[in-house]
Design a protein around this ligand. Structure first.
Ligand SMILES: C[S@@+](CC[C@H](N)C(=O)[O-])C[C@H]1O[C@@H](n2cnc3c(N)ncnc32)[C@H](O)[C@@H]1O
Length: 402
């Protein structure tokens, strides 16, 4: 057998760059341990709301363990591990007097900028996303990645008996479905300001968000443009939850209270594999196409094309209405070519694990898919640093160009 020297590879530079330690054995060990333990550790402190308890200043481990009903020594070890990767800062005082352990030491921790992102009420909070990584169904799916690799099929269904969105439809999985929706909301809030720097949504009269979840993204657009109308379209259960949570004047206000927001947006229940609402000049499909195989994605796009054509026709025959071509905006991550580090490569594996044939597509793959469904590409706007993850592909029905 030929012995493989891990330092002698085709691309020595990229291996060196991506390993945390100079010792290859330790480096691989650290990658293994970090992947599983840091992820679970972040989930646990988010679930226990430890960042919230530190928001008004550092606390001792004993205090934190008391509040969260955990074992002080085990909690200390978890916080110490997380502090080693920049989440929390240990401010332990030796010989401080109170709450001493055998070395006369008070173990204390403080928030760091990274830990602050796990606060429950903060801009850019990732707490809800961290909770997703602790769901039993999610973890059963990730630990069965081998099944996905062997078969190409999603391990979520293999491990949980149903496809992701079918699973969330079940009454008994309501709590998990809420965690998923909250995670999507928290992602939306974290990048919405970047999207507004990339694209001008004020040009449109009516915005339709297809598979728009609970409508947090749509609400931010409507909020910025007080004369715009909105249509939020998703599965019945999601729309019911959205309505109860956000879309009535009595519900939790979406950002600053704006009563007109509720009257400007129609909530539509449905199935994008059957039909998509008409009437919008801006048709957004955000973080949806990556959830599906080419065949299913094409069905969504063709239904969207049909809705857009019907909208064009209606506008054509409506007296006094200027003919405006509805636009389609696909907003999702485009997979770059090559092996450079890119966050989307993790999202892509999550799609393999969680969805039926979903994946991140390269620019060429996305263009090919859109063209095959009867769309022409007008523009592709990529995030400026190419690190943040969403691009905007603007498309129109083929025969409407020119
Ligand atoms: C990954 S989430 C993206 C949500 C939102 N667009 C965002 O960017 O946060 C996919 C969305 O598609 C919705 N969805 C899945 N299957 C659907 C269907 N057959 N018809 C309508 N919506 C569906 C889900 O309920 C979910 O809200």
């Amino acid at each position: 057998m030929v012995k493989h020297d891990p330092n002698r590879t085709r691309s020595k530079k990229s291996v060196k760059m991506s390993l945390p330690s100079e010792n290859p054995v330790l480096a691989v060990f650290e990658i293994l341990a970090r992947g599983q333990l840091v992820s679970q550790g972040i989930f646990i402190v988010a679930k226990l709301r430890i960042p919230d308890y530190l928001s008004d200043g550092g606390k001792s481990v004993d205090e934190l363990a008391n509040i969260t009903k955990t074992n002080p020594n085990a909690l200390y070890r978890l916080l110490r591990m997380l502090a080693s990767v920049g989440i929390f800062r240990e401010t332990t005082k030796v010989g401080a007097g109170l709450e001493q352990d055998e070395q006369n030491t008070v173990r204390r921790f403080d928030l760091t900028p990274a830990a602050s992102l796990l606060l429950s009420e903060t801009t850019n909070s990732v707490r809800e996303f961290a909770l997703l990584f602790g769901l039993d169904s999610f973890n059963r799916a990730t630990t069965n990645l081998l099944h996905a690799i062997e078969t190409g099929e999603n391990s979520f269904k293999y491990a949980n008996g149903l496809d992701l969105f079918e699973y969330f439809k079940q009454k008994q999985n309501k709590t998990e479905a809420e965690v998923f929706d909250n995670a999507m909301n928290c992602l939306n809030l974290s990048y919405v300001s970047t999207i507004f720097t990339l694209y001008d949504f004020s040009q449109f009269k009516t915005i339709l968000d297809i598979g728009g979840g609970e409508g947090v993204f749509l609400s931010t657009i409507l909020k910025k443009n007080p004369n715009q109308l909105g249509i939020l379209f998703d599965m019945p259960k999601v729309i019911r939850r959205a309505k109860k949570k956000y879309w009535t004047s009595a519900a939790k206000p979406l950002y600053d209270h704006d009563n007109s927001l509720y009257s400007r947006c129609k909530l539509v229940k449905g199935n994008f594999f059957k039909t998509i609402p008409t009437g919008a000049d801006c048709n957004i499909i955000k973080n949806v196409i990556l959830n599906w195989d080419d065949e299913s994605a094409a069905l969504i796009l063709k239904n969207c094309l049909h809705a857009m054509k019907m909208t064009s026709l209606t506008n054509l025959y409506r007296p006094g209405t200027q003919r405006s071509h509805p636009k389609l905006l696909i907003i999702e991550t485009i997979m770059p070519e090559g092996n450079a580090p890119f966050f989307g490569k993790f999202t892509d594996i999550l799609m393999l694990i969680l969805t039926r044939g979903g994946r991140l597509r390269t620019e060429a793959e996305l263009i090919k898919l859109l063209n095959s469904c009867g769309f022409d590409i007008v523009s592709i706007t990529k995030p400026p640093d190419n690190v943040s993850f969403l691009s905007i592909v603007e498309a129109i029905p083929s025969e409407e160009q020119g």
